[in-house]
Ligand binder design. Structure first.
Ligand SMILES: [Zn+2]
Length: 236
């Protein structure tokens, strides 16, 4: 027979845990003549079972149901399936939170502050960043097609001594693609002022001739009127 302390040591838990499980009715101690709790080998086995189910994330209420429905494997299977579904949902939510934190950290490291209004929700900001990335990829692909059309027609005319019409067609296609790229990019770009953190757009001429980096453009904020390298954002 074991006392509460001996049972606790045997199962690597605290004495308080043993007493608590006893109070919850998960363990049933017999009493000595001096009213001390006593446990037997079956209780050691019971406590180990309880701990194993607790490690799987079951609540005490569920553990109690499991160990009092020992013969119902159907019931246990339903609880395991439900617990697995709960944990899968929690993992998905945690992964989403980790991705959001990772996004914010990267944005902060890149700009020194959080671009965009966090009140709109991190999921929205991530979506906007994704849309901007897709827009840039689309522009690069169309830009490459433009180069192929332009330089292809030049090379064809020069090297093959082909009709100048080919050069004309190449130029017209390149101009159309160039116009499309420029206007699409302009219409889907807005800028975040690093001074007042407001978002603004500018007239085409100011936008087109402004100095720029891959992520920013040197513009005058329409709210605070300061000139800064403003962060490019996606505009719907
Ligand atoms: Zn501003």
């Amino acid at each position: 027979m074991y006392t509460s302390g001996e049972l606790a040591r045997k199962c690597n838990v605290s004495r308080r845990t043993v007493q608590y499980y006893d109070q919850c009715g998960l363990l049933t101690a017999s009493r000595t003549p001096t009213d001390q709790r006593q446990y037997n080998d079956a209780d050691v086995q019971r406590l180990r079972e309880i701990l194993a189910y607790r490690n799987l994330g079951f609540s005490l209420k569920e553990v109690k149901r499991i160990i009092t429905n020992q013969n119902s494997s159907k019931y246990l299977l339903s609880l395991i399936t439900s617990q697995q579904d709960n944990l899968t949902d929690k993992v998905a939510k945690l992964n989403q939170q980790i991705a959001s934190l990772d996004f914010l950290k990267k944005q902060f490291n890149k700009y020194g502050y959080f671009p965009g209004n966090i009140a709109e929700g991190v999921a929205y900001l991530m979506d906007q960043a994704q849309r901007l990335r897709r827009l840039r990829i689309k522009m690069i692909v169309i830009g490459l097609i433009l180069d192929i059309c332009l330089w292809g027609s030049v090379c064809y005319v020069v090297l093959q001594k082909a009709n100048l019409w080919y050069l004309g067609i190449g130029l017209i296609v390149s101009l159309i693609l160039g116009y499309y790229i420029t206007m699409t990019y302009f219409h889907h770009s807005c800028y975040l002022c690093p001074n007042c953190h407001s978002t603004f757009t500018v007239p085409f001429k100011n936008w087109f001739f402004a100095k720029h980096t891959p992520n920013t453009r040197h513009l005058k904020c329409s709210h605070c009127h300061q000139v800064n390298y403003c962060i490019e954002e996606f505009k719907k």
